[in-house]
Structure formats: structure tokens, C-alpha cells
Design a protein around this ligand. Structure first.
Ligand code: LLP
Length: 460
């Protein structure tokens, strides 16, 4: 049962005024300036959900310490207001240009998150049969779903065909054949797009780049024309679009422009062949300011894509994940040990590690780490680590925090995307609890997993 709590005890009755003040100065003074003063990034300025109110870190005015005290840690906390704002900013960036925003469920498919996205007008991009099921349970219809994925199983293909999803983004000529066969067997016609690989560098981390010729994704763009010609004549298929996604956490728009230009060129060639497509799906990839980087705004991003695509008049589909949900979430964790290190620094061991948030260990990713209470304390230098038996289980080296002691709660910020979604039971950690803050109140939207639930699928 979802627990609902009211936001603030009476002693914080002036929170709104403090928030307004922080918001007003946010344009000049980064509220999370760490370790040096930086330009206010998109997700840490006035649009940030997680900000100090007096000596406490809050999410939309709700004190994070209160959530941690009630639910325990590790716990993910999400801001519904931020999710709404970010969907709205992206959608309105397209103006009158025909478009559809399909939120990439892989970033975070907690049902409560997905329902907020839906209510804000976002559609979905699913990457597996499981994600399609989540979309349906969140209230989406098949026509709201694009289905992507480099290795769709026969069962997943049949599920998508039977449902009649808006588009299946096919990864290969072989997959197009399998989709066509599944559609014919069911006496239906599947709407398909072809994912092309344009051999364009995303200039992002190599592990999250997908658009080079050496990567497993899509078909080489040079082969796409022949494949589409063939597929568009195949019974069981209706060819509706082209799809490209060259990478994630992109901080520049140029690679996205180039990818858009490449599929535009292909669309023109196809038109010359008598094959007309209806949409261009340019994937996701817009980055967020984990470390105070300058990132394109929603308006800059959408304008860049529309500029390239406008001459075609084709509907523009985007599949943002991180840019929607990343800054909307934080991971709360408690300090379980402090180990002094001779050199004046200390290991600060948390109850959350790579099993709850894999990004630092997997990509060397940076996430800001903030004290939830006692923020005015004298800062000390800490290596913030997890409890997992892996040397890579480190959240941050040389971080500055007010002297932590056992029981101190910290928030790992910008953890809404690819945080909970990539968590695991490694070391038999429970999947963490998740909380949604909405309209001044918070509620549990996933309770912490129990050890019985971990073992239920195993032999007795
Ligand atoms: N569309 C497709 C086909 C994708 O493969 C992805 C992400 C997206 C959309 C959404 O991309 P976004 O807007 O979130 O950048 N685990 C990594 C990120 C992997 C992204 C995989 N594909 C991380 O934590 O950084």
C-alpha cells in the first residue's frame, strides 16, 4: 500500500519563501556549486527540484531527511513537478512542427514515473516486452508505443505485432523478415521503421555511443536504401519511418544535427524510389549537467532538430530518457562507516553502492553528493564508497562533505535516469525503495524488496 505523508512539519512553514529566494538567486549562484563555482546548468538552477532549504536538502519543499527517517535507505526520490516541467519544456520546444515525444522507458520505468510522463503528454519508447507491458499498465495504448531494441526475441516481435504498436524500429533485414512473417501469420500488417547506423561519433562516453560503424546498432546507412525498398514491397509490413540513435549524454548538438541530416538524405533517396516515409525518429541522447557542464536547453535541442527536418515536413519523433528523468531523481543513502586514512581524508562507506547506482562504477560517471542535513558543518574531504565487494564500487573521490558520521544521510543527485533502472541484487542487496514527491506530499511508489521476494523464484 502506498504511504502518503504530508510535506512539512510546522517549523518549516517558511520553506516556500526560502525556495523562492533560492530560485531567484539561482540564476547567479549555483545552489549546488561543487567543488568550484560553475555556470548554472539546466538541472541545477531554478529548475532544480533538489535544493537546500535552510540547513536541509529538500525535494520540492519536502525534507529528504524526513523521507529517509520514514522509509529508510537506500531510497530513490523523484520530483513529479520536475518530470512535468521537463516533458513540457521539450514538447513546447517543437512549437507547431509535427512531432511526438516518446520517453525512453529504459531510463526509468517505475510505474509512478511513467504515469506522470503520460499525464504530461509524453508517449513511450519501449526496449523490451517487459517495458511494453509496463507502458500498457501505465495506461498507454499500443498506438502510443514505439518498440526499439537490438535483439528482439520471437516472443517480443509477436507481442508487438499482435498489439499493433505504433512502430517497430527494426534493427536488420532479417528482423524485418521476421516481423513480416509474424504479421502475416496473424493476418495483420505491422508498421515498421528501419534503424540506421550513420557512422557518426556522438562525442560521448564510448560505452554509451551507438552510432559508429563498429557498433552493433542498426544497419549501415549505405545499405538502408536497398533494405527499405525490399521491405516496403513485403506483405505484412507498412513502412512508416527511419530511426537513428547515435548515443547518450551528448553535450553538443552537432552530432545530432549530422545524424538528422543523414536520415533526411536517405528519406529523399527513398522518395525518389517511390517509397515515402511518414516520420523521422531521431532517438534520444540529450545530456544533462552532472558536473556543471553547459548543456543545450530543451529549446536549443528541439530547434536544432526541427531546423534540419523542416524541409521534409515529416513528423519528428524523439526518444529522450535522461533529459526527462535524470535531474528529477536522487538516491538517498546512509553512512554506515567512516574510515580515516592517515592523509587527512577518509573513506565514507554508504549503505548504497553499485548495486543501487551502477553508473559511477560502469562509466566512471560523476554524480554530485550532498548532505541532507547539517549542511553548514565544516567540510572535510571524503572518498564516498559503497559496501559492495568490488574496488570499482566508488561513488566519488575527493568530495567535500560536512564531517559525516555513522547515520548521516546523503543524496546522490541526478540519479533519476539509469539509476534504479540498472539496480541489481548483487551481494543480495534488496532493490531500493522509491518515493514520489508531488504537490507538497510524498508517497512510497515502490517499497523495498524483501529477501523472500529475492528468493521466491529459486528452489526451496
Ligand atoms: N532511444 C534509444 C534507441 C536508446 O538506445 C536510448 C538509450 C534512448 C533512446 C534514450 O537515450 P537518452 O535520451 O537517455 O540519452 N545506461 C547509460 C545510458 C544508456 C543509454 C542507452 N540507450 C547511462 O547510465 O549513462
Amino acid at each position: 500500500m502506498a504511504a502518503v505523508r504530508t510535506a512539512r512539519p510546522a517549523k518549516h512553514s517558511n520553506d516556500a519563501a526560502v525556495c523562492q529566494f533560492v530560485s531567484a538567486v539561482g540564476a547567479l549562484t549555483p545552489v549546488f556549486a561543487t567543488p568550484a563555482t560553475r555556470q548554472v546548468p539546466y538541472n541545477a538552477g531554478p529548475m532544480s527540484a533538489f535544493r537546500p532549504t535552510g540547513d536541509e536538502l529538500t525535494c520540492d519543499g519536502v525534507t529528504l531527511a524526513a523521507i529517509a527517517a520514514s522509509v529508510g535507505t537506500p531510497t530513490y526520490v523523484y520530483s513529479a513537478a520536475t518530470l512535468r516541467e521537463r516533458i513540457t519544456a521539450l514538447r513546447s520546444g517543437f512549437g507547431d512542427y509535427p512531432h511526438a515525444l516518446h520517453y525512453a522507458l529504459k531510463a526509468n520505468s517505475n510505474l509512478a514515473v511513467v504515469r506522470v510522463v503520460r499525464a504530461a503528454g509524453g508517449l513511450v519508447d519501449a526496449n523490451s516486452g517487459g517495458e511494453i507491458e509496463v507502458a500498457l499498465r501505465a495506461g498507454y495504448g499500443p498506438g502510443d508505443i514505439v518498440f526499439t531494441g537490438v535483439g528482439k526475441t520471437p516472443v517480443e516481435i509477436d507481442q508487438a505485432v499482435a498489439l499493433g504498436v505504433k512502430t517497430i524500429n527494426a534493427e536488420s533485414a532479417g528482423e524485418l523478415e521476421r516481423i513480416a512473417a509474424a504479421a502475416r501469420a496473424r493476418g495483420t500488417v505491422a508498421q515498421v521503421a528501419l534503424r540506421v547506423n550513420p557512422d557518426i561519433a556522438s562525442e560521448s562516453h564510448p560505452h554509451i555511443s551507438t552510432g559508429l560503424g563498429t557498433h552493433k546498432f542498426g544497419v549501415p546507412i549505405t545499405e538502408a536504401r536497398a533494405i527499405v525498398r525490399d521491405a516496403s514491397a513485403r506483405p505484412g509490413l507498412r513502412f512508416v519511418g527511419l530511426h537513428v540513435h547515435i548515443g547518450s549524454q551528448m553535450l553538443g548538438l552537432e552530432p545530432l544535427r549530422r545524424a538528422a541530416g543523414a536520415v533526411m538524405g536517405l528519406a529523399r533517396e527513398l522518395r525518389d524510389d517511390g517509397v515515402s516515409v511518414e516520420h523521422l525518429d531521431l532517438g534520444g541522447g540529450l545530456g544533462i549537467a552532472y558536473e556543471g557542464e553547459t548543456v543545450p536547453s530543451a529549446t536549443m535541442y528541439t530547434a536544432a532538430l526541427v531546423d534540419v527536418v523542416r524541409p521534409s515536413g515529416l513528423t519528428l519523433i524523439v526518444e529522450p530518457g535522461r533529459a526527462v528523468v535524470g535531474p528529477a531523481g536522487a538516491l538517498l543513502a546512509s553512512v554506515v562507516d567512516v574510515k580515516p586514512r592517515g592523509n587527512g581524508t577518509r573513506f565514507v562507506v554508504l549503505d548504497a553502492g553499485m548495486s543501487e547506482l551502477l553508473r559511477p562504477a560502469l562509466y566512471g560517471a560523476y554524480h554530485r553528493i550532498e548532505a541532507v542535513t547539517g549542511r553548514a558543518g565544516v567540510p572535510v574531504t571524503c572518498d564516498v564508497v559503497g559496501p559492495i565487494c568490488e574496488t570499482a564500487d566508488v561513488f566519488g573521490v575527493g568530495r567535500s562533505l560536512p564531517e559525516p558520521t555513522v547515520g548521516t544521510v546523503v543524496a546522490v543527485l541526478d540519479a533519476g535516469a539509469y539509476g534504479s533502472a540498472m539496480s541489481s541484487n548483487y551481494n543480495r542487496h534488496a532493490l531500493p525503495a522509491e518515493v514520489m514527491v508531488d504537490d507538497g506530499a510524498w508517497r512510497l511508489v515502490r517499497r523495498r524488496q524483501t529477501i523472500d521476494e529475492q528468493l521466491v523464484c529459486e528452489e526451496e
